[in-house]
Ligand binder design. Structure first.
Ligand code: HEC
Length: 241
């Protein structure tokens, strides 16, 4: 079941030796980073599927509870990885995935008053905002960090650090299926850093497209991206034990 994730990680490692990375990442931590990224992408996809429901101003109780979210994210994550998020093993790998899943459920539970608010359309609860909250909730439970970042960031908490800025610049103009993985020593401690690019599709243009500088439904300035542009990345840091 988890074989595919390990296989994905191995492919990524092989890819990174040939291309961007100078160092071979630790295999175990890398498979955790790959799986957490797949989870965050699944979570974002579930949020996107429910976006019009969440934004419906005419409906009070949306029924989009943590349990409903779990049913949907379980299927999405199964599809992407063949692993069942509700049946994780009691090892470091399973623990990290259970923690991000519990974090996401907690965020959905805490957002219930916002989601169920009547008379309000756009509530600022979109995939990116959800992803950022999941990362913040995970930070309270674990030493693992996961965030969305961009060279043109909207939320200050999505601001890239120096390392992320360098890798984002490398992603520009590269293949759509690229990723970057590296084992580094930070303050004397070994970590695996893993990044996967996020691209603009047509569904994003209403808020992130043209004309640049005009305001979108969320009150932010549009960046003027085109379909297929690099939007940013998911960035994960996993301590090597
Ligand atoms: C309804 C408007 C809307 C749509 C549609 C939308 N976004 Fe966003 N996006 C936002 C807002 C608002 C933020 C800032 C969220 C926050 O972190 O508070 C954001 C932030 C992001 C971020 C985090 C980096 C940053 O700028 O802070 C990424 C990555 C992102 N969006 C990708 C996408 C992608 C990819 C799509 C299409 C699949 C998309 N967005 C569609 C409104 C939107």
């Amino acid at each position: 079941m988890l074989f595919r994730i390990v296989a994905v990680a191995l492919i990524v490692i092989v890819g990174s030796i040939i291309s961007v990375s100078s160092l071979r990442a630790s295999e175990k931590e890398e498979s955790v980073a790959v799986a957490l990224t797949e989870y965050l992408l699944s979570a974002r996809a579930v949020l996107a599927t429910n976006q019009s429901l969440i934004n419906d101003p005419d409906k009070g109780n949306k029924g989009f509870t943590a349990d409903v979210y779990e049913q949907q994210v379980r299927l999405e994550f199964l599809r992407r990885t063949s692993a069942d998020i509700t049946k994780m093993a009691d090892d470091a790998f399973g623990k990290a995935l259970s923690e991000i899943h519990q974090s996401a459920k907690q965020v959905i539970t805490e957002a219930q008053p916002l989601i169920n608010q009547e008379g309000k359309g756009f509530k600022g609860f979109n995939p990116a905002a959800f992803g950022a909250k999941v990362g913040a909730a995970l930070e309270k439970r674990s030493d693992i960090r996961i965030k969305q970042t961009s060279l043109k960031f909207r939320g200050a908490y999505n601001k890239p650090d120096e390392y992320e800025t360098t890798i984002l610049a490398k992603f520009v103009g590269g293949n759509k299926d690229q990723s970057h993985s590296e084992e580094l020593t930070v303050d004397g401690k070994k970590v695996v850093r893993y990044m996967v690019p996020i691209y603009i599709s047509k569904a994003c243009l209403g808020c992130h497209g043209d004309p640049a500088g005009t305001v979108d439904v969320s009150g932010h300035k549009k960046e003027g991206y085109r379909d297929g542009d690099l939007r940013g990345a998911i960035s994960v840091i996993v301590p090597v034990l």
